[in-house]
Design a protein around this ligand. Structure first.
Ligand code: SF4
Length: 336
């Protein structure tokens, strides 16, 4: 579909919407670590990847920990994926960590490339991340569109826009003198002022140019994305002994690369999981991923001589498995 006609905003960098937003940003931006100290492009990339799908308060300690452990892509490439996952455990969306490791290997000791086009070729780097790094770390005039920018632009236009229309609008608005700051300002105004619920229009530097601000309900833009969850019933078996727990290497996109307790979905698989074990049920655990809600029945059993046991702290484990181990610990202490 051809991009729609842009809003009536001139692209001159001294236009009030441009200067107004940047002035607001200069005075109101949160003092995030990469704004109050000099960071390398690699550290910016780590922040972008971690914070894209993890809340700021949760993600910041991960960023600190991972950038200290791996100050360059070469340092990460020299280590193992499993050690990166050990540092990443609890942060979720583990495909990000696996792709980050692939990216470090793919650079073969070199630093990050400087252009949007070259960044986009790297594993795990999509248009948003490439634009964020190219503009913030290297000053290239490319516009970022994330969820915040989507919301701000949709409300400025008071329209439900397609992805290509949003990218077109973001590019048209971009300040070419300070593209990195402009992109951050758009995201910051979306985080702090033009929030999903109750946008604070009376304190917004974009108010005079915003079509939604004159409507009775600015929240109606943009269209909500469907977050329908699939419900999954599964069983997990906690096999324990003196050496620790029976843990398996997980496969698949969601938790691949991590270790976890023996797990099964489906009648036949669950029967196979429990076969030959003197297993007893100890409780239920619920756990949400973005599109899946797991209802897990937890069994416990003592290990036998064939089981290879590991200490949970020696391998990267998902939050779900830690939750189940906590349930098991509580159950054991209640019984003793
Ligand atoms: Fe969002 Fe209101 Fe600002 Fe428009 S005026 S961008 S709706 S906060």
């Amino acid at each position: 579909m051809a991009p729609s006609v842009a809003i009536a905003i001139t692209l001159h960098p001294s236009h009030p919407i441009m200067t107004g937003l940047l002035e607001w940003f200069d005075q109101n931006a949160r003092p995030l670590p990469w704004r109050v100290q000099k960071v390398t492009p690699w550290e910016s990339l780590l922040a972008e990847i971690i914070l894209q799908q993890t809340r700021m308060e949760t993600g910041l300690p991960y960023w600190e920990r991972i950038r200290k452990a791996y100050p360059t892509p070469a340092a990460l490439a020299a280590d193992t994926e499993e050690n990166l996952l050990l540092l990443w455990q609890g942060c979720g969306y583990y495909a990000r960590a696996r792709n980050l490791y692939k990216l470090a290997i793919c650079l073969e000791g070199a630093d990050l490339p400087h252009s949007y086009d070259a960044l986009l070729q790297l594993p795990g780097i999509g248009p948003y991340t490439a634009a964020a790094i190219a503009s913030m770390a290297f000053g290239e005039a490319v516009a970022c569109v994330d969820g915040n920018v989507r919301r701000v632009i949709s409300r400025l236009r008071a329209e439900h826009l397609t992805e290509s229309e949003l990218q077109h609008e973001a590019t048209a608005l971009l300040n070419h003198q300070r593209p990195g700051d402009w992109n951050q300002a758009m995201m910051e105004i979306g985080s702090l002022v033009c929030t999903p619920r109750k946008p604070n229009c009376s304190h917004c530097p974009l108010q005079s140019k915003c079509n939604a601000a004159t409507s009775s309900n600015p929240e109606q833009w943009p269209l909500k994305r469907s977050t329908k969850q699939v419900h999954v019933n599964a069983t997990v078996l906690v096999v324990s002994g003196k050496g620790g727990f029976l843990l398996e290497a997980r496969q698949g996109r969601t938790l691949g690369g991590l270790w976890g307790l023996p797990y099964a979905e489906g009648e036949v698989e669950i029967t196979n999981l429990l076969r030959g074990r003197d297993a007893s049920q100890i409780g239920q655990v619920k756990h949400d991923f973005t599109h899946k809600r797991f209802n897990i029945t937890v069994y416990k059993s003592k290990s036998n001589s064939d089981d290879i046991l590991r200490q949970p702290d020696s391998v990267p484990l998902a939050t779900l498995d830690r939750k189940i181990l906590n349930l098991h610990k509580e159950y054991q202490s209640e019984q003793s």
